[in-house]
Design a protein around this ligand. Structure first.
Ligand code: F6R
Length: 658
């Protein structure tokens, strides 16, 4: 464990909030979830030993699923019994039928209650089926039931991007109790993918109030991933106000924020520790990484290029210690400037004669091989071109043997009417040219069209429809990859089984998923791997896909070819690497930007995805990619490096990174 890790692993830090709210930062969300499950198990056991009930407040959403998985494991493998447990869920959409795919009752059954020995009479979940006139009475009774069991012993919370806990949207008062609430627009957008379109998301929900939550004896707020980092900072370091319901937690006497590193990334002790005093007192060292981060932060904060920073700038912004440790401002400036300069290369696969790119120390594991065998892993069929289309084209044009592996079919992201349009085309085509089998084709088209007509929002597609949607995405991916210069026989569709559920909720990553990736790696024996490192996609598919690649790479790590293989992570569709983290920056000319845009356009079924599945970002993918690549180039320019039209950024994969 290095100093930074030790710092991150400390149990708590005094935040700027009055009293200092305890925060635990874990290496990974799975470790954090396991620790939370342990705490719950300890509570349940100690209550049972005292002949008492353990009263738990539970949350739904993507955040607590790892905790529930671990509790199920503890029940099945270690005999943890839930006979003495009473639960109260935070919330439920209204209106909502309990068997609907998006129902929180169904969620709880699938993730926890169906797998443990809890008495169904002890399970309390707000009722989404009530008529409006009975909701208020139900809410009052919910509060009474909590009071009858002497309140919640432990409340588990996630946090929404609005800062909501439960569904207490901005404006929820500190003393609010269980009630019907109107959902915020941001929350409805975030839920849009679960409902297959924002327009299907209910406008209201029943939720416990802030006051209900704050009465719990102990509260654990859980958050994972970079997409939560900004709101976590607001909740912990911002003022206590009803604009951010989670900020009220600062006033609770026994609360803990349980975070993974990414969710903690915006907190002052992590992001700009020098603002809290000498970093040496936080067991940190002014190593190359921290120095680079601080200097780029300083340059950006002052709007100055790196080479124009002067001693006073450092001294006046909490960086005296950096200069006293690493020398004069001029020397520090030069060091960081050079390290940034060395990231820029137009030869992502290395140059023909040297086979190396950038400074030798940055690329010490690079194989001298030229041309290289390269595999680009793309979680969905369009991430490759969205995130690294320009680099992809360069690698092909620079004569490398470029393979692309589409990890999932991406079939749930195709509109129904798009699938029917294609089925109609094929049927018409077969009829027109009197092809053998035209009648069968027409039958499939009719079945698909009939299914779509009778489909309820969120209903799982028929197998035919799923297949048609997958085929549409396949042919688009092939068109885009060919356009970038990839030979047809080097386009691979992995169809990883974890993804193929026909719904947003996927299966856990299984051994077969990893095997499929490992088999391709063994076949190609690449000198370079590129994989998606933007883990904020709404359905969490990128995270699973990256885990599959990392697990396969680790499995094969004994091979020489794998030991010298470079493993790069790209970003783009959902987020971008910050300049201080970039290790390879591939500049794009205006022409290359246009070519990348054309490659993204091949994914016609993904046009209008700004409306569906409804992420908060309303720009289409090509716009987001262009904006992000331009912003990176502008950031380099402002730091005083060369001025490019656009830059695609990469970071090396390192063990324990996510
Ligand atoms: C869920 C709930 C919400 C979620 C929050 C985060 O019962 O009340 O407050 O905890 O919206 O959702 P995820 O975990 O999906 O990011």
């Amino acid at each position: 464990m290095n100093a930074a890790d030790r710092f991150l692993a400390r149990r708590s830090y005094a935040s700027s909030a009055p009293g200092g709210t305890p925060v635990s930062v874990y290496d990974s969300s799975s470790n954090a979830a396991a620790a939370v499950a342990q705490e719950i198990a300890t509570l349940i056991r100690s209550k049972a030993a005292a002949g008492k009930k353990a009263v738990l407040g539970l949350a739904t959403g993507s955040t607590p699923t790892g905790v529930y998985d671990e509790l199920v494991r503890l029940h099945q493998q270690e005999g943890l019994s839930f006979r003495n447990v009473v639960t109260f869920n935070l919330d439920e959409y209204w209106p909502m039928q309990p068997d609907a795919l998006q129902s929180y009752r169904r969620f709880m059954a699938e993730h926890l209650f169906d797998h443990i020995d809890i008495d169904p009479k002890n399970v309390n979940i707000p009722d989404g089926t009530l008529p409006l006139e009975r909701v208020a009475e139900f809410c009052a009774a919910y509060e009474d039931r909590i009071a009858q069991v002497d309140g919640l012993d432990l409340q588990i919370l996630g946090i929404g991007r609005t800062g909501h806990i439960g569904f207490n949207e901005p404006g929820s008062p500190r003393e609010s109790r269980t009630r019907l609430i109107t959902l915020d627009k941001v929350t409805r957008k975030d839920a849009a993918s679960d409902f297959f379109g924002e327009w299907n998301v209910p406008r209201r929900a029943i939720t416990m109030g802030v006051g209900t939550i704050l009465r719990a004896d102990r509260i654990l707020l859980l958050a994972w991933g970079e997409s939560k980092a900004r709101i976590i900072r607001q909740a912990l370091e911002g003022e206590v106000s009803q604009a951010v319901a989670a900020s009220f937690l600062q006033e609770h006497a026994n609360v803990e924020f349980v975070l993974d590193r990414s969710a903690a990334g915006e907190l002052t002790p992590v992001k700009t520790p020098w603002l809290l005093g000498p970093v040496s007192q936080r067991s940190l060292r002014w190593n190359e990484r921290l120095t680079r981060r601080a200097v780029i932060w300083l340059a950006q904060a002052l709007g100055k290029p790196i080479l124009k920073l002067i001693e006073e700038d450092y001294n006046e912004h909490g960086l005296q210690e950096l200069l006293s440790e690493r020398g004069a401002a001029y020397d520090v400036n030069i060091e960081v400037f050079k390290s940034m300069q060395a990231t820029i290369t137009g030869w992502p696969g290395g140059k023909p004669r040297t086979g190396r790119v950038g400074s030798p120390d940055l690329f010490q594991h690079a194989s001298d091989q030229y041309p290289k065998r390269v595999i680009v892993f793309s979680p969905h069929p369009d991430d490759d071109v969205i995130s690294m289309g320009g680099t992809f084209v360069r690698l092909c044009e620079q004569d490398h043997e470029v393979h692309v592996a589409y990890q999932t079919s991406g079939n749930i992201a195709v509109f129904d009417d798009e699938a029917v349009r294609f089925a109609d085309f094929v049927a018409e085509f077969a009829r027109t040219f009197e092809l053998f089998g035209a009648a069968d084709v027409a039958r499939i088209e009719k079945q698909a069209a009939a299914f779509v007509t009778g489909k309820r929002p969120g209903e799982i597609d028929s197998p035919e429809l799923q297949r048609i949607k997958a085929l549409i995405r396949r042919s688009e991916a092939r068109a885009a990859a060919r356009f970038c210069g990839v030979a047809s026989e080097r386009i691979h569709f992995l169809d990883m089984p974890f993804y193929e559920t026909g719904r947003v909720r996927k299966k856990p990553l299984g051994p077969r998923d990893v095997e499929i990736v490992a088999e391709l790696l063994e076949r190609v024996r690449p000198h370079q791997i590129y994989a998606a490192g933007d883990l904020s996609d709404p359905h969490g598919t990128h995270r699973v896909c990256l885990r599959a690649v990392v697990t396969a790479v680790e499995k094969l790590s004994a091979h020489d070819w794998m030991r010298s293989c470079e493993f790069w992570l790209y970003r783009g569709a959902w987020q971008e690497w910050e300049p201080e983290r970039i290790e390879m920056a591939v500049p794009l000319s205006p022409d290359e930007v246009e070519r990348k845009r054309m490659a993204i356009f091949k994914h016609q079924s993904q046009k209008d995805k700004a409306l569906f599945p409804g992420p908060s970002d309303m720009r289409e993918f090509w716009q987001r990619a262009e904006d992000r690549n331009r912003e990176t180039a502008q950031a380099y320019d402002r730091l005083g490096l060369s001025e490019y039209q656009a830059i695609e950024a990469f970071v090396r994969w390192k063990p324990g990174m996510f």
